[in-house]
Design a protein around this ligand. Structure first.
Ligand SMILES: [Zn+2]
Length: 354
């Protein structure tokens, strides 16, 4: 089946990790053997050939270029390994190296991949489509940059990442939007840029949804009811997102799937995390909504972690195809599965862009 993955840090992997994503997974892993600058060196799961093999033909590619203040530590990251650039100007420069798409392009792309035919074979060299999103808005030097960024193809923004942001408070922080954040949200609505609620702390989440009236999604977010913690959304938040027509992408980083995960210490085998745990979150949202219209995949694979922190039955991104069988085993119909694996995101975009 065709698959839409709503959260892949492709730009970060190419630019910061120096990974040539056009190469086979074994070659990328091989070139990283012995490197220790990142925890997941040699353990990557994403590259374009593996995406083609799994028929992951369309994704939301984030620009992740956060600003980290000197001396700032990020909860969950070992000292000196916290991601981030030293100034908003450097972060802005990094985002300038990444790319675009639109609605006509979306329809053409779905035809190219025969997305509607669940039995179509994976394509050997078809282009992987992507919609450009910005994770954490720190690199927007001032709100006036937004129009330029939109002109370049930016279509979604998650205003915050981890900790305190220049526009909103993110995971592990607290408090509402900054004055610039409120200005940013209003400018996003004016331009038709999708609000990605992922990573907003509870206070910022409710304030952002209060002042923003455009399309909202949560590209990579699991359920607090199943995994306690501020990185996951409460049922109250999920119900609000459902009411707003959002799609919520199930994320595959083990610390959002296992309640006691400690980065760098816990192991996938020890914690026993599998793709079935991801299905639990999808199922929880379907039960809350009373339908299958609001779930999708937002894997976040290679988003700062690799196989060491991914479900044990996933070797590469091609294994997202396993969701077809896993969802069927839970009683989901072929139509439901198509919606969860790609159509919900596409319908959302058709609605947002019409
Ligand atoms: Zn994220």
């Amino acid at each position: 089946m065709f698959i839409f993955d709503a959260h892949l840090d492709l730009g970060m992997n190419a630019l910061e990790w120096n990974r040539d994503l056009t190469q086979p997974i074994e070659m990328i892993r091989g070139l990283e053997r012995g490197m220790s600058d990142k925890l997941d060196r040699g353990l990557n799961t994403v590259c374009l050939p593996e995406m083609r093999r799994g028929r992951v033909g369309l994704c939301i590619a984030t620009m992740l270029a956060r600003y980290t203040r000197p001396g700032e530590e990020l909860p969950g990251w070992p000292k000196n390994l916290a991601p981030g650039w030293r100034s908003p100007e450097i972060a802005w420069a990094v985002t300038q190296a990444q790319q675009i798409t639109d609605l006509d392009g979306l329809e053409r792309h779905l035809q190219l991949w025969h997305a509607n035919d669940p039995n179509a074979a994976p394509l050997a060299d078809a282009p992987i489509g992507y919609i450009l999103s910005l994770e954490g808005a720190d690199s927007i030097r001032q709100v006036a940059d937004l129009e330029y960024a939109y002109g370049q193809g930016l279509r979604a923004i998650g205003p915050a990442h981890f900790g305190s942001g220049r526009y909103a408070q993110g995971t592990h922080a607290s408090g509402g939007l900054t004055a610039e954040g409120r200005e940013l949200i209003r400018a996003m609505e004016r331009l038709g840029i999708i609000l990605d609620a992922t990573h907003l702390c509870d206070d910022s989440f409710w304030e952002a949804l209060d002042i923003y009236h455009g399309p909202v999604w949560a590209s990579h977010n699991n359920c607090r009811q199943l995994i306690p913690g501020v990185r996951q959304f409460s049922d109250e938040q999920l119900l609000e997102l459902i009411k707003r027509g959002a799609v919520i992408g199930a994320v595959m980083d083990c610390w959002m799937l296992s309640p006691d995960w400690v980065r760098g210490k816990s192991t996938v085998d020890g914690a026993g995390v599998t793709l079935s745990h991801v299905v639990d979150h999808i199922d929880h949202i379907c039960q809350l909504a009373g339908n299958t219209n609001h779930c999708g995949i937002g894997s976040d694979l290679d988003g700062g972690f690799g196989r060491e922190q991914s479900p044990g039955d996933l070797d590469t991104i091609a294994d997202l195809a396993k969701f077809e069988g896993l969802l069927a085993a839970r009683g989901y119909s072929a139509d439901d599965i198509e919606k969860i694996l790609w159509r919900n995101w596409v319908e959302f975009l058709r609605c947002a862009w019409k």
